[in-house]
Ligand binder design. Sequence first.
Ligand code: SAJ
Length: 439
Amino acid sequence: MNTNQEILQEKIRDRSAKIVILGLGYVGLPLATIFAEAGFNVIGVEPDSRKVEIIRREESYIQDVPTNTLAQLIQSGKLRATTDFSVLAEADAVSICVPTPLRKTGDPDLSFILVATDELAKFMHPGIVVVLESTTYPGTTREILLPKLTENSRLEVGKDFFLAFSPERVDPGREDWTTYNTPKVIGGITPACSEVASLWYQQALETVVPVSSAESAEMAKLLENTFRMINIGLVNEMAIMCDRLGLDVWEIIDAAATKPFGYMKFTPGPGLGGHCIPIDPLYLSWKLRALNYTARFIDLASEINTGMPRYVVSKVQDALNEQARPLNGSRVLVVGAAYKPDVNDIRESPSLDIIGLLRQKGAEVNYHDPYIPRITHDDWSLESVSDVIESARTADCVVIVTDHTIYDYQGILEQAPLIVDTRNALGDAGRNNPKVVRL
Ligand code: SAJ
């Protein structure tokens, strides 16, 4: 008599296993696509009916999934989208790819994971494998998902069903490292869980890296992103220290980066944006606080990074002051608002804090960003100006916050009376230039 594991593994190998992906965002839609391309029948469950409608029109809203690829998979019947969780009744393999933001209090917001898990719990059956991909604190899979998936089903994990964690490593827009070729860490609640989940993902991904437990996989992701957050915090503090010392932090970082081993280049900036790096490490520090431990590196780096917008505004104030101009009443143009170059994502972007602080101090603030036509935040709302060069000419000070590659920096340098360059976007043209202030 074949065991549940043997039956499920055979379905995975012969592609008869039915796959359900919960959440069709920047992680879920590429994952659904790649499993469908591997020959599985995949159903994506997306609560946002607008996204489901777009997919049903055979269009992609995720830059990493070309519309023609998606259309072919839909036409072949390999991939479809729905808002209806009841398709889980026929699932053999489920991947949960939902957001894990922070609450206003700074605590983890697991609400999306809880909704997905509660829905899945209604349809649990022997011979199903479940993988959580959403970044979260160590223990979530075992402490939150496992009880919910077994409380009514009486199924035994590692025997009747299989549960694992596998951190997403999607960097939207990146073409060198994709969902297919980025190594994928997978850790199960039991060894059999790791084995089944790894076999599933090996059918579609180039490299799967099994680890000993779900907690190891959860923690590996947090190490990856905490590493970035802390190193960015380090160079941001280096920028502040170099300023006090009258040194050029950009020259110093470039010099350090010539070291061919034992060093990795990070650059200072106006703060830390995006929905990964500023958020994920705080899941870890929150968990450790509950264990009466203070993750000092994370707290310190977060303090430095979140202090950068205010530091940038002080540089603007000082630069205008040099011209006997108060910030209050001055026209300030923020160039670039997205959280990093060449993306249309403004989540957690430092530009939001910088604009808010400038407005609080009485500046007349405009912004330009070709990817962000409008910003509504806190108690203010702005539309991007249309002509960045003309707006730079008529401003009292320009602040380069996001160094999109599309900009004519030479034109901005020629027209702007004063520039605070937080990204070294002007390069050598901004070095030792009397009208340019750099971090
Ligand atoms: N930043 C700096 N200085 C740096 C690098 C980044 O100030 O040296 C700022 C950026 O401007 C941005 C924020 O930090 O505001 C985050 O930048 P990021 O390059 O880490 O971009 P993300 O948030 O898109 O990070 C993603 C992450 N991918 C996943 O979590 C799956 C991260 O792990 C990747 O390393 C990163 O992309 C990448 O390498 O592009």
